[in-house]
Design a protein around this ligand. Structure first.
Ligand code: GUN
Ligand code: ZN
Length: 446
């Protein structure tokens, strides 16, 4: 390409590999005074400032993010943009919460104007939280998908999304009139959006409770007919849901077997929650290269249960794992806050995760979960230039906590436990600024 060269200077942090199998140290890449060089939306170099600055072409711009960390943009492998407004709805657990809060709101996304309004708000909010890629559930209506992709495409974001497929157990105005029509509408959206700019389509059967066998069969068929598309659904989030799936699909071994029977396991398939699984199910997810999205703020908010990082990252049968916000079941669009909650859930299972593991899950782990490793989730040359600039002294409390941090891992850990959108100084998409935090109202200590 012949585009302009842009470069950012700061402390570079990324992950060269999965830190779970080892104890982490080798996975962390760190350049204290680094330079990240971008051209045509891609990273062309990442290394020491002093080495790389001399090689910049004349006319290249350099922005210095002094005393800040530059990391790959956060990846949110499970979120519902159509539930932005009902975040934090009081009282119910999953199945009642869907009927009482979620479905009435999603019905409003038949309106293009309503969908456009929330697509815009959603993009602004994820970018201010440092999220550059998301795997997004839309509503049943194709117009709700158009509105999202128009917004993300305009902003040049690497986003995967799909129209939700559902043909039973919900109000009639939200259901696909037939499995065939759901399949055809999804296919039309694939032709319209998949591979347009950085947009990716995700075939999206809601979950086995809301889909007949025929709907799941057609979802599997569609996914296989369009290589490169993703598949997203919900899996074993809540014990009442698991019981209902057993009742609806009595011939299947377990919940994972329902999805496997219809061809829905494999690379690029993302199963949200995965809280109540047996060993056999973890083995099938691992063997097929499927991914799971751990959604701690949602699992706690809806009282769904405690995700087992021990099972997900089992040495002998590891499953690709990322951290999902699951807004509106989740209570924050911040992957920093989601890391903090993932740490606490890990503590309850005696799997404490350090800063390296938490940030891996929110970056490269999310990319691997979506089958996008090598494309996003890293600062290594060749990757797309989506990155986030974090300020370890964004608030008085963070500044006090990190002032004497002696390791990068500890800085990361402090950001995971105390950070939120205030710690996101800037977000870059395709090498360009997509969000910049205005001067912080929280006064800094002298
Ligand atoms: N299971 C089926 N649909 C949903 C949803 O919208 N949110 C969550 N958290 N779980 C689901
Ligand atoms: Zn969800």
């Amino acid at each position: 390409g012949c585009g302009a060269v842009t470069a950012v200077r700061g402390s570079l942090v990324w992950f060269g590999e999965d830190p779970f199998p080892t104890s982490g140290e080798g996975a962390l890449e760190y350049v204290e005074d680094g330079l990240l060089v971008c051209r045509d939306g891609r990273i062309t170099a990442a290394g020491e400032y002093s080495d790389l600055v001399e090689k910049l072409p004349v006319g290249a711009t350099v922005v210095h993010h002094r005393d800040k960390l530059i990391l790959p943009g956060f990846v949110d492998p499970h979120v519902h943009y159509v539930q932005t407004r009902i975040i934090g709805a009081y009282g119910d657990q999953l199945l009642d919460w869907l009927q009482n809060s979620v479905y009435p709101e999603e019905a409003r996304f038949a309106s293009r104007a309503y969908a456009e309004r929330f697509a815009k708000l959603f993009c602004e909010q994820i970018l201010r939280n440092g999220t550059t890629t998301a795997l997004v559930n839309c509503a049943t209506y194709p117009v709700s998908v158009d509105a999202l992709f128009e917004e993300t495409h305009r902003r040049g974001m690497r986003v995967a999304a799909g129209k939700v497929l559902m043909d039973r157990n919900a109000r009639p105005d939200l259901l696909d009139p037939s499995p065939r029509q759901g399949y055809e509408e999804s296919e039309a959206l694939i032709r319209k959006w998949h591979g347009v700019g950085r947009s990716l389509y995700a075939v999206t059967p809601r979950f086995a409770v809301a889909c007949t066998g025929e709907m799941l069969r057609l979802a599997g068929k569609l996914w296989h007919e369009h290589p490169g598309t993703l598949m997203q659904t919900h899996l074993a989030e809540n014990t009442d849901e698991v019981e209902e799936v057993r009742r609806l699909f009595p011939d299947r071994k377990d919940y994972v077997d329902v999805y496997e029977h219809y061809g829905l396991l494999g690379r690029g398939a993302v199963f949200a929650h995965s809280v109540h699984l047996e060993k056999r199910e973890w083995k099938r997810l691992s063997a097929t290269g499927s991914g799971v999205a751990h959604c701690p703020t949602s699992n706690l908010f809806l009282g769904s249960g405690l995700f087992s990082m021990r099972d997900a990252r089992h040495r002998k049968r590891p499953v690709h794992t990322g951290l999902g916000t699951d807004v509106g079941g989740g209570t924050s669009l911040s992957l920093l806050q989601t890391m903090g909650e993932a740490y606490k859930v890990g503590q309850l299972g005696h799997v404490p995760m350090d800063g390296t593991k938490l940030f891996y899950l929110a970056t490269l782990g999310g990319a691997e979960t979506m089958g996008l490793e090598g494309v996003i989730g890293s600062l290594a040359p060749g990757h797309e230039a989506d990155f986030v600039v974090l300020d370890p002294s964004a608030t008085q409390l963070l500044a006090a906590r990190t002032a004497e941090s002696e390791t990068v891992d500890d800085l990361l850990f402090a950001l995971a436990t105390l950070g939120d959108d205030r710690a996101v100084a800037a977000t870059y998409v395709g090498g360009r600024v997509a969000h910049e935090r205005s001067p912080c109202p929280d006064p800094k200590p002298r």
